[in-house]
Design a protein around this ligand. Structure first.
Ligand code: BGC
Length: 739
């Protein structure tokens, strides 16, 4: 995919920026740093249809302020005519005619809603993920969105945090691959609209480290962790061409991310030399006040701008106070100029000065295309993860068993869409029952809601049990509605919401084989359900074609290929549980240290440390065997690569796709190292009985970590290496890096 890059300086653009900047007044400059949402969300009336699209009302006065040159950017307007109206005010009304840059939260598709990003990452398929981003950019740019507030690339190791849904899970290596793929897709050079789109990777930075999984809460992490876990996906996104980022809400070790000199200036500018634009998150500059580091909005404006936030989203701190701060000598004019330069740079690079308006006819003629829906189907199929399949119950043969579908989520269109499908429409979604019916020539399956949405607090056990009793197999669809994950939607209990577990218990008591389909925006805590299920498929919230994908997988028209990208805990008390944890001085698997009469180890008295399902885990409809792990040279130099090969055989009777995963452990470091770290993976499709030798060459430079001096280094010494199907298994070998 050929993509545009906005992460470098172009001399032609720089000359245009300098020329324009030279003609701007201080107020015009401040206007460029002011981002406003011209439409406000109108909450639905009580009792309104939950599947009705959201409604928005205009905020008065915005057009006039645009015409006065007081606003540089608007966002979340999904209407070409409205965008053009504001753009006309900027281009023909304001003295210098600087076009607006129009932002939008296009997190997992625009009208073609794709699986939530957490689900998509389970495909481990970067090319597919890039394609979904490209389609999203094409559809969004058709209504005039030039700047997509995505990808969300916050590493997340706490499933209580509702925004785990928006990212690629717990791992730095996979997260970086997915970050770069989405940037490439959003910034694709061949959009049919003829317009360009810029990605805005977010939230800079460490937002996913929210204490206790509560949204917006502190990230009290070390600088080493910041650099080693949370920053790399951003570096990957910038290296892939991203020219903007969004500063986060959280504080990092006491310094809010939207007033943080270390991350915004030292890392971005001085260490990485990145010339991109930093926009604050929604009012995150004003929020320096409740954080308790700014006295008032003026102080917040000063801190935001001087630490490195170029554009102020919504809080109007800059538009209200920057002029006075400059006049009082508390903000240097050069700092304002630098921020404006970054805004103009992106506007020029996107071609907005030449092409400010969007073609309204294109929006009027918009239709979901077969190609984008086919991609939505593929994405949904590849995102779903099969966690259990006792006795090979799946795949089913259409018509061979009497099926009953139980669970209101099976008929919910809205909940198929997911937490951030602002621009998607429930009416476009295929439900699970519709998907199944399509395979059964319209003959069934029978359906019983079992519980009422939303809330799932009302259940109908009798109807469910009666239906299950006359079926051969029950498809039980349970999980979260789409409004239980996403921003400001953290949960403390991660079991099935409402009374769904009671329903499961009653249906399980019939003794019928249970195919449990879990729709969810996060890893859940479902040890009891896992025991009760004969087969367990995680369908997530997988977009417009979720229902069809579930049916295709259950009937074996497609085979499961997804692998988890975030661990599923056994209990909330284990959280955070992630595979790349540290060893401790008294490791769980070791002898511990005998103190008094006991072996003291880093364990729980009442649960194993391991998750219910580890990172990387997922079943297929076949089985794979690993043999002959070989390392070409057991001693490698600092500039070399570790060359590894393994034989993978499909030992089952069906074709299948294995995600071969390579992990390492640095045995002795100057700082403690994770017990395993993913360094490479390969998706390998094998016919029944087929064997393939899979090879990897891991550059020694990829074994680097951040030392006490905050610098990346590879330390010579012994390493262990595993190649296998997930983070808990694999063939093992060792190698040495020499100095
Ligand atoms: C979210 C961002 C989003 C922004 C604009 C904020 O509340 O944290 O992810 O891009 O709103 O809608």
């Amino acid at each position: 995919m050929h993509s545009h890059a906005y992460n470098t300086l172009d001399p032609v653009v720089e000359a245009r920026v300098a020329e324009l900047l030279g003609r701007m007044t201080l107020d015009e400059k401040i206007g460029q740093l002011n981002q406003v949402s011209p439409m406000m969300y109108v909450p639905p009336a009580p009792g309104a249809d939950r599947e009705a699209p959201p409604t928005f009302a205009p905020v008065p006065g915005v057009e006039e302020q645009v015409a006065a040159g007081a606003i540089g950017s608007i966002f979340n307007v999904a209407d070409a005519a409205v965008v053009n109206r504001f753009q006309r005010a900027a281009v023909t009304g304001a003295r210098l005619g600087i076009p607006l840059i129009v932002g939008g939260d296009v997190i997992h598709g625009f009208r073609t809603t794709f699986p939530i990003p957490l689900a998509l990452s389970c495909s481990w398929n970067a090319e597919l993920v890039a394609q979904t981003a490209r389609v999203a950019a094409e559809e969004a740019s058709a209504v005039g969105i030039d700047w997509i507030f995505a990808p969300m690339i916050d590493i997340a190791r706490d499933p209580r945090w509702g925004r785990i849904a928006e990212g690629a899970g717990e791992d730095v290596c996979l997260g970086s691959v997915m970050a770069a793929a989405q940037v490439r897709g959003f910034q694709a050079a061949d959009l049919g609209t003829g317009r360009r789109v810029a990605a805005c990777p977010k939230h800079f930075v460490a937002y996913g480290a929210a204490e206790a999984g509560r949204d917006y809460s502190a990230a009290d992490i070390s600088e080493v962790t910041l650099r080693e876990i949370y920053l790399p996906p951003f570096k990957a996104a910038f290296d892939a061409g991203a020219g903007s980022t969004m500063s986060a809400f959280n504080d990092i070790g006491g310094v809010p991310a939207s007033g943080n000199r270390l991350t915004l200036t030292q890392v971005l500018r001085e260490e990485w030399g990145w010339p991109g634009l930093v926009v604050s998150d929604y009012e995150s500059v004003r929020e320096l006040i409740p954080h308790g580091v700014a006295e008032d909005l003026k102080d917040a404006a000063r801190q935001g701008l001087t630490t490195g936030v170029d554009m102020d989203m919504v809080s109007r701190a800059y538009s209200t106070h920057l002029r006075a701060l400059v006049e009082e000598g508390r903000v240097a004019p050069a700092a304002v100029d630098e921020a404006v330069r970054r805004v103009l740079r992106l506007k020029f690079a996107l071609g907005l000065f030449e092409n400010p308006y969007v073609d309204e006819d294109r929006q009027a003629a918009f239709q979901l295309t077969e190609t984008s829906l086919a991609l939505a189907l593929q994405a949904a199929r590849e995102s779903m993860v099969l966690l259990k399949n006792d006795g090979g119950l799946l795949p089913l043969t259409p018509g061979a068993q009497r099926l009953v579908v139980i669970g209101a989520l099976a008929e919910s269109r809205l909940d198929a869409l997911g937490c951030w499908a602002f621009f998607g429409r429930a009416e476009d979604a295929v439900t699970i029952t519709e998907g199944l019916r399509a395979h059964l020539d319209g003959a069934g399956p029978s359906f019983v809601p079992g519980y009422a949405l939303p809330g799932s607090t009302t259940i109908d056990l009798d109807a469910a049990v009666a239906a299950a009793s006359v079926a051969d197999v029950v498809v039980l669809v349970v999980g979260e509605t789409q409004d239980l994950s996403g921003e400001a939607h953290s949960r403390a209990f991660l079991g099935l919401p409402g009374r769904q577990q009671e329903l499961v218990d009653a249906v399980a008591a019939t003794g019928k084989p249970l195919i449990v389909v879990v729709m969810t925006g996060r890893p859940l805590v479902i040890p009891r359900l896992e025991q009760q299920a004969t087969a367990l498929l995680v369908a997530w919230h997988s977009g417009l074609r979720a229902g069809q994908a579930v049916a295709d997988l259950l009937f074996g028209v497609a085979s499961p290929v997804g692998r988890l990208t975030a661990s599923w805990p056994r209990a909330e008390g284990q959280i955070p549980v992630y595979y790349a944890h540290k060893s401790t001085g008294r490791p769980a698997g070791g002898d511990g240290t005998t103190q008094f009469v006991e072996h003291f180890r880093s364990t729980y008295l009442d649960l194993p440390n391991t998750p219910l399902f580890p990172f990387g885990y997922g079943l297929t409809y076949t089985a794979f065997d690993y043999t002959d792990l070989k390392i070409a040279a057991e001693v490698v130099g600092p500039d070399g690569a570790v060359s590894v090969s393994v034989r993978v055989t499909n030992t089952g009777a069906r074709a299948g796709l294995e995600v071969v995963q390579l992990y390492v452990r640095d045995l002795v470091g100057s700082l403690t190292r994770p017990v395993r770290e993913l360094k490479a993976f390969a998706r390998v499709e094998l016919a029944a009985g087929e064997t393939r030798v899979v090879s990897f060459a891991v550059p020694v430079s990829d074994l680097a970590f951040v030392g006490v001096d905050q610098k990346w280094r590879v330390e010579p010494g012994a390493f262990r290496l595993w190649v296998g199907p997930d983070a808990a298994h694999g063939l093992e070998a060792g190698f040495v890096v020499r100095s």
